[in-house]
Design a protein around this ligand. Structure first.
Ligand code: HEM
Length: 545
């Protein structure tokens, strides 16, 4: 699977920006801090080129000095003020829509699925999807699918790579993709046409890479013109979309004929089984199913794999945290039914307080979706007094929020899982009053639908991988020094620029003895004591005789 943000020779020549919004921001900053104000476009490009390797940090630094953590730039607002976020994502949610230039670049891929729609259409789909994800049947299916993919693909791959260098980001991406395809489409990877599936994987990856390019294009009119004339990368993109759509549509049609196994457990089958009444019939309804399946595959692949990648990078630079997690895992797995393959349930995983804290902290600092955006339907005033005109975008950055001293304290840039634990070492869920300072999974009515599933998946993967392997980042992991200049690339997700090369080592067993084993040890120890005491008393016995 190609890495999304691989800079191909074609893309390399093009200056990149993370989004049009940062471009606008750069213009204003440049105008304020440069005497070349008469040349805004050149100024913007120079500013952009100067900061392109650290654009999220550039935005962070600027917001940190802004009044009440908010900037107004022509027809858009940048804010990292939690009360403003609570307003746009929850209390006045009705006035803010998701569809704007951000979702526009996704349109061909996501169509009218829940992730890319608004108002009543979005609401109806979201309600159904929430109901499905909440069923016990779906939870069991996710659990079984996860165990299957971890034990049959992830672990064997790591075992066969022992002592070699592999790209962990790429491995996690493929693993998450296979896993969510199974959950969304019910694909049984063993029984299907592998060649066709691999073509689908490749097409999906290319398509997402192209969406990333659109997002970061310095001159969007270039891709729009190419799309209009159907040439170059836009033509390839269109072909890729067709391949992706065709594959998913064929799975849906097969399910309709009942020829695909396991009908009834995956997301698409469940959508087909319940009354999926959102105003569409026949082919239109099929397309909606397809769009939703693709939305789930996109949402379920990239953020989870990105989060896992940064987590292992950070852990390698923080040996103390790694040790804490190891000890916690050893304690729990020693009580597991199968110590060599601890298939822990969600309730068991929840007991891993430190691990949960470390994952939350890692995503705080390196949120897989670094920037998000909404658009105002009517004029509005944000709680901090900022005026928003109808049609303006309100952008918010989870990456910048994590680095605001007044939100997270003077140690905000440090990786400190402890900030998520109470005095007894138990994981603390953020109280509602400060809930909107952590928007890694978005917040309010459009909070991520896969939050629980993602946490469960990440915790399971970490437990299994750390239980069996030592992961060493080639060139060293995320030490506090390296965190000041993190190696992210410019993409819709906060991917690592050149992947994450790691050396995988099989671990020597350091299992804490299981309860049963501990019983045996105590028994043996007791027998030795009795033996010694018998030997000692034998002398007296001899004397007595
Ligand atoms: C660490 C992992 C994850 C993170 C950090 C994350 C984060 C987010 C964020 C920030 C959003 C709102 C912005 C957007 O639409 O992109 C979102 C929406 C969404 N996520 Fe996730 N996500 C994760 C995993 C998942 C998984 C595994 C699934 C699949 C079940 C999923 C399904 C969705 C869906 C369907 C939406 C759209 C919700 C709506 O618009 O109503 N996510 N996620």
């Amino acid at each position: 699977m190609a890495v999304i943000d691989t800079v191909t020779s074609e893309y390399y020549l093009r200056p990149l920006i993370i989004s049009l919004s940062i471009l606008t921001l750069s213009t204003v900053i440049y105008r304020h801090h440069s005497n070349l104000t008469t040349l805004p476009l050149i100024g913007t490009i120079i500013t952009f080129l100067r900061h392109r390797h650290r654009l999220h940090d550039h935005l962070t630094d600027t917001l940190a000095t802004a009044n009440s953590l908010t900037l107004t730039l022509r027809n858009r607002i940048f804010t990292v003020e939690p009360t403003n976020l609570e307003h746009i994502l929850q209390s006045n949610f009705i006035n803010y829509i998701n569809t704007n230039h951000y979702t526009y670049v996704f349109h061909e891929l996501l169509g009218t699925g829940a992730k890319n729609s608004d108002s009543g259409h979005w609401f109806a789909q979201r309600r159904i999807a929430t109901r499905i994800l909440d069923t016990q049947c779906m939870k069991t299916f996710v659990f079984d699918t996860l165990q299957l993919h971890v034990s049959k693909t992830l672990m064997p791959h790591l075992s066969s790579s022992a002592n070699n260098i592999i790209d962990l980001q790429q491995l996690f991406r493929k693993f998450s993709f296979d896993m969510i395809c199974n959950v969304a489409l019910g694909l049984d990877l063993k029984s299907m046409d592998c060649y066709r599936y691999e073509l689908f994987v490749e097409a999906f990856d290319d398509v997402v890479e192209h969406v990333s390019y659109r997002f970061t294009s310095l001159v969007p009119v270039v891709w729009k013109l190419k799309r209009y004339f159907n040439v170059g990368s836009e033509r390839k993109y269109k072909e890729g979309i067709e391949r992706v759509n065709e594959f998913v549509m064929d799975v849906i049609k097969l399910k309709e004929t009942g020829k695909v196994c396991e009908r009834g457990q995956d997301i698409v089958s469940m959508l087909m089984n319940i009354r999926y009444d959102v105003g569409y019939q026949g082919e239109e309804k099929r397309k909606l199913l397809r769009d939703n399946a693709i939305s789930f595959i996109l949402a379920g692949t990239y953020p989870t794999s990105t989060a896992l990648t940064w987590f292992f990078w950070l852990l390698d630079g923080h040996p103390h945290c790694k040790q804490m997690i190891r000890e916690e895992i050893s304690m729990l797995t020693s009580l597991s039914r199968n110590v060599h393959q601890p298939n822990l349930t969600f309730d068991e995983l929840k007991k891993l307080n430190y691990l949960r804290a470390a994952l939350s902290e890692s995503m705080r600092l390196f949120p897989p979706v670094p920037i998000n955006s909404t658009t105002a339907v009517y004029d509005d005033i944000l709680p901090n007094g900022t005026y928003v005109e109808q049609g303006w975008c309100v952008d918010y950055s989870a990456y910048a929020m994590a680095r605001m001293k007044n939100l997270w304290g003077s140690d905000c840039r440090e990786f400190k899982p402890e900030r998520w634990l109470d005095a007894d070492g138990v994981f603390r869920i953020l109280p509602l009053s400060i809930y909107f300072k952590y928007i890694v999974f978005n917040g309010g009515d459009r909070v991520c639908l896969g939050k629980e599933m993602a946490m469960f998946q990440m915790m399971s993967v970490v437990v299994m991988v750390m239980h069996e392997f030592e992961i060493e980042v080639v060139g060293g992991g995320g030490t506090p020094e390296k965190m000041a200049d993190p190696p992210y690339g410019l993409s819709i997700y906060l991917s690592m620029k050149n992947g994450l090369p790691v050396r995988v080592k099989k671990r020597e067993s350091d299992h804490v003895p299981r309860a049963k084993d501990r019983g045996v040890l105590v028994g043996l120890f007791g027998m030795v004591l009795v033996g010694l005491s018998f030997y000692k008393h034998k002398q007296y016995l001899k004397l007595a005789l």
